[in-house]
Write a protein that binds this ligand. Structure first.
Ligand SMILES: CC(C)(COP(=O)(O)OP(=O)(O)OC[C@H]1O[C@@H](n2cnc3c(N)ncnc32)[C@H](O)[C@@H]1OP(=O)(O)O)[C@@H](O)C(=O)NCCC(=O)NCCS
Length: 308
């Protein structure tokens, strides 16, 4: 069997999506929600690269990489179940690592099944090491949560550029070079949701990149915090609580029933604050880092993401 790995062509997206759904449906024992759009939205985003594996010309797997400045991660990785164990997955990991290295990302990672030694072994071979759990958490939304903070979509185009720069400043303060402007652009350009901001209009204290509803990474009836961060400094816990409240308000405004988000449990204070306001873990996963360093997973960091 001849295996080739190359850039995923947009026209092959339906085939890649079928393989992605079959692979994860098989390993999870339940179909992925039909109305989430994960590969398509990322393929259109400015900060991602998608690779596909072909066996004798047929698309049999894919892997996506996302660049967050000095940080980058890959996933979802999937291979058609009939070929599991044939070396396709390892080829897609090797190619992904080349892309992350090519970007010069100093801190690299992935999210995987905490309970799967096979997954850990696969990634360890490439220098990724398991660290803390990342909890995918959710909370119900009643619809009565007040609208708080403000939305980037409502800003005039001229002000938007300054707000985006301010968000990059927040992330850069937490971890040098961390930059999720690609996620912000994806949400605003593709109308996947909005960016919720708190603090002073000319100097936001924190922001959350939210997807909401069908056709996004969230899916029907759900709002999902793809990334959120609060600038360190006095009043950090209160500012984080305000940002989470603002996300709940946004979810209520969108008429969804649940708010989902991810937090690495090494960000201990953030994790505890979420538990205290009623978030519960739906899916625990583990993040693996290359090199084996904490990155921005520190006790006091108020940052939400999950690298799925
Ligand atoms: C995980 C996955 C991508 C591996 O792809 P693959 O083509 O089977 O991988 P390879 O043949 O290159 O095998 C490399 C390693 O992967 C691991 N592996 C193989 N089959 C696996 C399976 N069914 N489940 C988990 N890990 C597996 C093993 O560690 C293997 O190493 P070994 O040969 O030394 O035992 C594939 O099983 C898959 O699509 N699974 C469902 C989706 C998923 O779990 N994606 C990754 C989420 S982080």
């Amino acid at each position: 069997m001849e295996i080739e790995v190359r850039r995923l062509d947009g026209s092959e997206l339906p085939a890649a999506d079928r393989v992605f759904r079959e692979a994860f449906g098989t390993v999870l024992g339940v179909a992925l929600p039909a109305d989430t759009r994960l590969l398509a939205t990322r393929l259109l985003a400015p900060h991602t690269t998608a690779l596909a594996a072909y066996a004798d010309g047929e698309l049999v797997g894919s892997n996506l990489m996302a660049s967050w400045g000095s940080v980058a991660y890959f996933g979802p990785l999937s291979v058609v179940p009939k070929l599991w164990g044939s070396g396709v997955g390892a080829r897609l990991v090797a190619a992904a690592v080349d892309v992350l290295d090519g970007w010069g990302a100093a801190h690299q990672g992935l999210f995987t099944f905490a309970q799967s030694p096979q997954h850990h072994r696969l990634y360890q071979r490439f220098g990724f090491w398991p660290r803390f759990l990342t909890a995918i958490m959710s909370r119900s939304v009643t619809g009565t949560e007040p609208a708080l903070g403000w939305r980037m979509s409502a800003a005039a185009p001229a002000d938007r550029a300054a707000l985006v720069a301010a968000c990059a400043d927040v992330t850069g303060t937490i971890h040098e070079g961390l930059d999720v402007r690609g996620e912000i652009a994806a949400v605003l350009d593709q109308r996947l949701g909005d960016v919720v901001l708190i603090g002073e209009p000319d100097a936001p204290r924190g922001f959350a990149v939210c997807h909401a509803g069908p056709g996004t990474e969230a899916g029907g009836g759900i709002a999902y915090v793809k990334f959120a961060a609060v600038r360190p400094g006095p009043g950090l816990a209160d500012a984080f609580a305000a940002l989470v409240d603002a996300c709940l308000g946004y979810a209520a405004e969108r008429g969804v029933a649940r708010l989902t988000l991810g937090v690495n449990t090494a960000r201990h204070e953030a994790y505890r604050q979420l538990l205290a306001v009623g978030f519960r873990t739906e899916t625990p996963g583990v993040t693996m880092h290359r090199p084996n360093e904490p990155g921005y997973d520190r006790e006091d960091v108020r940052l939400l993401d999950d690298w799925r």
